[in-house]
Design a protein around this ligand. Sequence first.
Ligand code: RFL
Ligand code: PHB
Length: 391
Amino acid sequence: MRTTVGIIGAGPAGLLLARLLHNAGIDSVVLESRDRAYVEQRQRAGILEQGTVDVLREAGVGARMDREGMPHDGIELRFDRRRHRVDFPALTGGKQVMVYAQTEVCKDLIAAQLADGGPLLFEAEALAVEGADTDAPRVRFRHEGREDVLDCAYVVGCDGFWGVARNAIPAPESATYERTYPFGWLGILADVAPSHDELVYARSDRGFALLSMRSPSVTRAYLQVPEGTDAADWSDDAIWDELDRRLAVDDPAWRLARGPITQKSVTPMRSYVHEPMRHGRLFLAGDAAHIVPPTGAKGLNLAVGDVVTFARALVAATEKGDAALLDAYSQTCLRRVWQAERFSYAMTTMLHRAPDATAFDDKIQLARLDRLTTSKAAEADLAEAYTGFPL
Ligand code: RFL
Ligand code: PHB
């Protein structure tokens, strides 16, 4: 098999890249190791930055998002039994975010690709990228029990943190920067209307809690839990009781609505960056190159930024013979990546309680939150980062 751009992975990065290239008249093949149902059901991100929303609309896959997604103008911070709203449009000159699940973004992109795009092969596992530093890179893969080769002009590794593309960048040319956190998130989906109309990020002495949503009738919520926690050890009642404690505020109007929990799972938390994001004709995009803890809601949005940058660069190279943008790919992406790392780290350390936290650490967290809620400049800094840095 032969194509211009071989794309490994059909998460948001790989699927959106295939769509952007298709729209630009550049052919691609997507190889995805899992089956379609798995990719469409995998519960993950929920928040799209304004820039991501714009990109999806321009790519022609925004119609259902505009019908079913929920635009949000702010978030609530809770600490010390107090509630504080951060008003995004007022602080950023009109920016919003959109609550529209990653599962739905992937479904929309898969439908578009299967309708009129290039090949999208499920249960096709990439085994290795070869010849990345030649003019003819190849992806070896296994599909329907047979090994095959995809010959490409470019390969883009969109295969997530556990993928194989990154391995093709020689170790002496690679640097990795990493931080793991001694806690994870227990995430739930519940058939009950969200208790608040915006997301609530809560810092408590018992740890972090996040109240989010998937639709007007489905709640998504997270609890900070010790690293290594098994979701099965948490009964539904224990989860609701703990959310109630961590979200508690001195406001008689507040009530947490409970309902049947339909899904629960634990996600570890890490920050990770691989540099560079390019080696010859192999480019890395999304979680394949970088991971952020989910507290800043940045992972999917970074993946979108990477593939938009790659698609623009490839169009410039193809149409104008100008490779400058391709050459700058890694540098261009990494600047944005490190801003997202910084913000996600700041949100994580401000809101979670580390197992070895001291009374001093608690006081610093509360002082950071107090500052955010009393200084417009500090609040605007959060709002700008949350709604997204320009692409
Ligand atoms: P993905 O989504 O991991 O997709 C990679 C795809 O590659 C496939 N694959 C292979 N295919 C072929 N051959 C191989 N050898 C392969 N190896 C792997 C995999 O099966 C998969 O389909 O990476 P991508 O596309 O870079 O997208 C990244 C996002 O998924 C991720 O950053 C976000 O989900 C992170 N994230 C959030 N991001 C946000 O922007 N906003 C949020 O609100 C947000 N919340 C979250 C999150 C991630 C979470 N978890 C579970 C980690 C909340 C959670 C709980
Ligand atoms: C989600 O709804 O899954 C979600 C929202 C905000 C985050 C992380 C996850 O920061």
